[in-house]
Write a protein that binds this ligand. Structure first.
Ligand SMILES: [Zn+2]
Length: 282
């Protein structure tokens, strides 16, 4: 049977190119050539490759470890350059030591964009050990906003988070209130997915759509996406943690029009990547 979803050209806004496998972590090997081959098979024209705000994301030698943020951004830049336009790489983030200084943050982000050519910023509150509303993150939000950069924020609040490193959609909306509406809340807000209905900016479907399809069924997913607003929805997978095969039957089963599917598949993503808020928020 042919898949309607597969036949639509797509931009995956949440992908990871993983260069080393690490035991007992989320890091599953996904080399650039593997990633590009998978993209070709599934008609994914471009993938936004996101770092995870961790010194252990890429294999770094000991002297790079101390300046891991710059090293990670350089690797991101190299991956993008070698992908012939298929990867769109976002910058990494740190809030410790010198990055508590707003001028330093501004300079690092300017380097990531102007020198290394990166196209957005990824924030992972949980990995940074801080809630999305943490004061040290404000400098990153302001610098990215000044540069009209798209910002993706990890959002999968766990039920039990002893450090209260809040990344629920509501916490993210509070952090960006009156500052920037061109943000993307990742993973559909995770277990707090209902909060995305009353928020702003974009929502990427990665991981949580699969969970919701299993728990509540296809018709629920379809209604949820329309309630959030189709113009706010972005196709993202969190590959290699999830696969394109995980999403295909869900998109094929949802009764969405060809126009709605195209907006989710790439139209909204093209807009997000230019740093503009979703259409419906104007
Ligand atoms: Zn991810």
């Amino acid at each position: 049977m042919t898949s309607r979803w597969r036949s639509i050209p797509k931009i995956d806004v949440h992908a990871h190119v993983v260069l080393h496998q690490r035991e007992n972590t989320d890091l599953i090997l996904n080399r650039p050539e593997q990633m590009m081959e998978t993209m070709g098979k599934h008609n994914v024209k471009q993938a936004v490759v996101l770092p995870i705000n961790s010194p252990k994301y890429f294999p770094l030698d000991p002297e790079q470890q101390s300046a891991w943020l710059r090293a990670n951004n350089e690797t991101q830049s190299q991956l993008m350059a070698e992908s012939k336009g298929q990867f769109i790489a976002f910058a990494d983030c740190s809030i410790d030591d010198e990055y508590e200084d707003a001028d330093h943050v501004r300079a690092e982000l300017a380097c990531a964009i102007d020198t290394l050519g990166l196209r957005g910023l990824k924030i992972h509150p949980y990995n940074l050990g801080a809630p999305a509303t943490d004061g040290r993150l404000r400098a990153w939000y302001e610098a990215a906003t000044e540069l009209a950069l798209p910002i993706t924020i990890h959002s999968n609040p766990t039920g039990y988070d002893p450090s209260f490193n809040g990344s629920a959609p509501s916490t993210i909306y509070r952090a960006f209130h009156a500052l920037n509406e061109a943000i993307t809340v990742a993973h559909l807000g995770g277990i707090a997915f209902l909060e995305t209905m009353v928020g702003f900016g974009y929502v990427d479907l990665s991981y949580t759509l699969i969970m919701l399809a299993d728990l509540y069924g296809i018709s629920f997913c379809e209604r949820l996406l329309r309630r959030i607003g189709i113009d706010r929805i972005l196709f993202g997978t969190d590959i290699p943690l999830c696969t394109y095969e995980d999403y295909e039957p869900i998109f094929d089963a949802m009764a969405l029009s060809a126009d709605e599917l195209e907006r989710i598949a790439f139209v909204n993503a093209e807009r997000m990547l230019t740093g503009q808020p979703p259409l419906d928020s104007e």
